[in-house]
Design a protein around this ligand. Structure first.
Ligand SMILES: NC(=O)c1ccc[n+]([C@@H]2O[C@H](COP(=O)([O-])OP(=O)(O)OC[C@H]3O[C@@H](n4cnc5c(N)ncnc54)[C@H](OP(=O)(O)O)[C@@H]3O)[C@@H](O)[C@H]2O)c1
Length: 236
């Protein structure tokens, strides 16, 4: 089902309009990790009518209770329970923990998994070299039946809360193997006021992770922030 896209849907995805749109269907979205990213995406999608289930190691903690107050109809559970009824699973944990967290969620076959993570090691003003594997590749390997999409790692939580504050369209690059999964993630991102750009297959997730490192590096070394605002053109 996920792999079947109509020509119209594909065309709409390719255009990627910047105006916030409301997805036709309401999703059940499990958000794994209740840090700054989960705490922005959850309430924003809940306000748009999606059912949010927060997956936390401590679902009874005060920080999770505060999130539930901000998220209409949301619930919280430990991560492996939170994903059970979800159609979409958002991994919003430290990049170094993402592989093990994904592996511990049970079988996510058929679900769309959004990997928001960044893995970086910033030392003496420079990046330490990372391994040859991408985090998104590790998550897909841990969940071979899931439709994994890299997304949102190139946007700070402040911009996730209000992309319009930048004064221009902010682009969320997407990488993943399944076109319909990317279309679903694109629709969810557009609901929040983002544009999206389909960069390519999952193997391009590593490049998108490097864009995340560029984003963080720029923010740490300049007084102003850099945001991605992709524009395409047809070379004559
Ligand atoms: N902050 C940003 O602006 C931003 C923007 C884009 C992408 N990212 C990336 O998105 C991911 C989430 O970032 P974040 O800033 O929300 O917070 P974070 O500091 O990475 O932690 C997020 C949450 O993950 C859970 N967690 C922490 N350590 C864990 C571990 N070892 N194993 C399992 N779960 C753990 C915790 O939730 P519970 O206590 O509820 O389990 C924590 O609140 C990161 O990979 C980050 O690099 C961040």
């Amino acid at each position: 089902m996920l792999r079947i896209l109509t020509a119209a849907a594909m065309a709409a995805f390719a255009l990627m309009p910047s105006a916030p749109v409301r997805a036709a269907e309401s999703e059940t979205i499990a958000i794994i990790g209740t840090g700054p990213v989960g705490a922005v995406l959850g309430p924003r999608w809940a306000a748009l009518g999606h059912k949010i289930v927060y997956g936390s190691r401590t679902p009874d903690a005060e920080k999770v209770k505060a999130l539930l107050k901000d998220s209409p109809k949301a619930t919280a559970a430990v991560p492996s329970d939170a994903v059970k009824k979800a159609t979409v699973v958002v991994i919003a944990v430290p990049g170094g923990a993402a592989k093990d967290v994904a592996a511990g969620l049970g079988d996510l076959k058929g679900k769309v998994v959004i990997d928001t993570t960044n893995l970086f090691n910033f030392k003496n003003g420079m990046w330490e070299p990372e391994g040859s594997d991408s985090v998104v590749g590790q998550i897909q390997a841990a969940q071979p039946g899931a439709f994994v999409v890299k997304a949102f790692n190139t946007v700070t939580a402040i911009v996730m809360k209000n992309p319009a504050a930048t004064g221009f369209p902010v682009t969320v690059p997407l990488a993943g193997d399944d076109a319909a999964a990317k279309a679903k993630v694109s629709a969810l991102a557009k609901q929040l006021g983002f544009e999206t750009s389909d960069i390519g297959k999952l193997e391009m997730g590593r490049t998108v992770e490097h864009l995340g490192r560029l984003y963080i590096y720029y923010g740490r070394t300049h007084p102003e922030r850099l945001e991605f605002n992709f524009r395409t053109w047809k070379q004559p």
